[in-house]
Design a protein around this ligand. Sequence first.
Ligand SMILES: Nc1nc2c(ncn2[C@@H]2O[C@H](COP(=O)(O)OP(=O)(O)OP(=O)(O)O)[C@@H](O)[C@H]2O)c(=O)[nH]1
Length: 397
Amino acid sequence: MDDDIPTLIQAEPTLEAPPLEQTTSESYTVPLTIICGFLGAGKSTLVRRILSERHGYRIAVIMNDFGDTADIEAKTINVSSPDDPTAESTEEILELANGCLCCSIKDSGIAAIEKLMSRKGAFDHILLETTGLADPGPIASMFWQNEEFTQGLGRDIHLDGVVCVVDAVFGKQQVEEDRSVVEEGESLRQIAGADVVLVNKTDLVSTEKVEDLERLIGQINPVATIHRTVQSTIDLKHIMGIDAYTSKAASLARQTLGRNSTESGDCHDDTCQDEHHSHFHHYELRGISSLQVSVPTLTQEAFDHLDEWIRTLLWENRLPEETSTSADKQVLRCKGIFQTDSGSTYVLQGVRSIYEISQADDINPDIGVPDSGKLVFIGKGLDAKVRSSLVNVVGRT
Ligand SMILES: Nc1nc2c(ncn2[C@@H]2O[C@H](COP(=O)(O)OP(=O)(O)OP(=O)(O)O)[C@@H](O)[C@H]2O)c(=O)[nH]1
């Protein structure tokens, strides 16, 4: 494949779209959204819509190949390099009629993104479509808090969120029957790693079936926002600019974590025996489950213990009180919001072994201070022992 970058003609947005978060400062980085989803769930439909609709956003879409865009009219197909116009045609980047760019990722994702970034300014947001079988975790951690990445491409890009498209017709069956990997299905990992889940093809099933699937998704991933879609039609503000990996997401974190606690009946009492309350519904599928614990205001000492607890579990696959590591314990995603007695609010974000606890800097006074914090861990082997260990740590106030 030719390494040169084709010339692009800069296009203005066709419609006035709400501005995506952007500043003119040098430190501005382009948000990147990862789109994953079950086979046949509607990922290409979503991408095709984004590439052809007059939504007014300038989005660069990176996809596995251009096959899916064959029926989309490209405004310009740039096949030669500005430095070497005789260079062989590669069709690496297409500019589409609505101002979006489409970039192939046939060989290496990073190479495609590097090429794309030389066009920074021609687009405001990157969508990266993964194959139907991809687990988004390793891809997300490549773009988030990865030192090598941060020193290179990461200067220009930040991870905005992970969107998973789920088939409303076969979603439940796919989750329950997926045995592409022994013991742990990829579809489970896709839901576990998502910040937003689109339950697509809701035109084909009853409301009861959609609700049933949403319950299942909520049990696997209690912190993801779920939207119902037909033909993957969604207001793009729900999947872009969600800023799911920064402390700016405090309001969002509070919404999703708070929402879950109301909907699932979590009473914030870890000793509660009420079987209707979510923390006693230990839902587990092929070892993957979620663990939710409410957190009182923490002292600095308890904060330090919590940090150590998270570090030990994520990095060493064990609890601090255990001596041996266990491959059966693995955190795929964690999220949380809590306060300390110094009056600060902190947001926890984690993807696999990488995590960050950052001070929330956008507390919206209208939302108010939560009466209780919350931590959510999604992964393997998060059983009652792990739960009581965590409760013990955050209880040391
Ligand atoms: N009835 C109905 N059909 C849909 C909907 N969304 C997508 N489809 C159809 O479902 C089929 C699969 O959609 P795609 O968008 O290709 O799915 P995909 O996730 O990209 O598939 P893979 O790339 O093979 O994993 C296509 O025939 C779509 O037209 C929907 O909301 N309702």
